[in-house]
Design a binder for this molecule. Structure first.
Ligand code: OGA
Ligand code: MN
Length: 225
């Protein structure tokens, strides 16, 4: 991987992760969200980066909203990205699942969040694609508790658009803009922060995931195993 893609050395990865996870936990406690530039371990970032470009080359993404019972007619006005759910069948998916599991464990230990399962997908926003203001979860429907997004776009500049805008609440119209630069990680409470993705001027790659709590009642297993 060339210099522009170099992030953190991976030889002392565990210590780095502990420091990063502690910062995320503290931010979540203080304000409910955390924005961490250059957070992804280099080996993980470069593997995800390569895999996303492979998916793009193979035309392996599908329009967001079609899978998992989504309402396509409705969602195409809301979001126009394309996605690929992560199953752990690929090395990249497996590495991401393992890393996010260590974050899950840490946050459960530190904040007693009771995070139970994790689902995630690769996302590609073609030039012009967007995701309008939305919540990842709705209050009272205790399912998605914590959202995490990792960005994989080297050299992303301020004129490239495609920022994530995180709004503090329903009345916030300004929000906090996050540049989707390679290695940046954003974590926020899913029920608390409406957010949107502004139209990108370049191809924009990210991985988005959600930790859920266990809401099984009787024999209805939710989330599915
Ligand atoms: C999402 C989402 C944000 C981003 O997929 O739900 O809000 O910056 N993604 O990609
Ligand atoms: Mn979202």
């Amino acid at each position: 991987m060339d210099a522009i893609l170099s992030l953190r050395r991976s030889d002392d990865g565990n210590n780095n992760d502990e420091t990063l996870f502690a910062r995320i936990a503290e931010d979540l406690l203080q304000r409910g969200y955390s924005i961490q530039p250059a957070a992804l371990p280099e080996h993980l970032a470069s593997t995800l980066y390569a895999h996303q470009h492979y998916l793009a080359k193979e035309d392996a993404y599908e329009d967001a909203g079609i899978g998992r019972g989504g309402d396509y007619v409705k969602t195409e006005f809301i979001r126009s990205d394309e996605i690929r759910w992560i199953t752990g069948e690929t090395d990249a998916g497996q590495q991401w699942i393992e890393w996010t599991a260590t974050l899950q464990e840490f946050l459960n230990r530190r904040l007693f969040l009771g995070l139970f399962s994790f689902e995630s997908h690769f996302a590609h926003y073609a030039p012009g694609a967007f995701y309008k203001r939305h919540y990842d979860a709705f209050r009272g429907e205790a399912n998605r508790v914590l959202s995490v997004v990792a960005y994989l776009n080297p050299g992303w500049g301020h004129t490239d658009g495609g920022e994530l805008v995180l709004y503090r609440d329903d009345d916030d119209i300004e929000g906090i803009k996050v540049v989707p630069l390679y290695g940046t990680l954003v974590v926020f409470l899913s029920e608390e922060f409406p957010h949107e993705v502004l139209p990108a001027k370049r191809d924009r790659y990210s991985v988005a995931g959600w930790y859920r709590v266990n809401t099984s009642i009787g024999n209805k297993i939710d989330p599915p195993l």
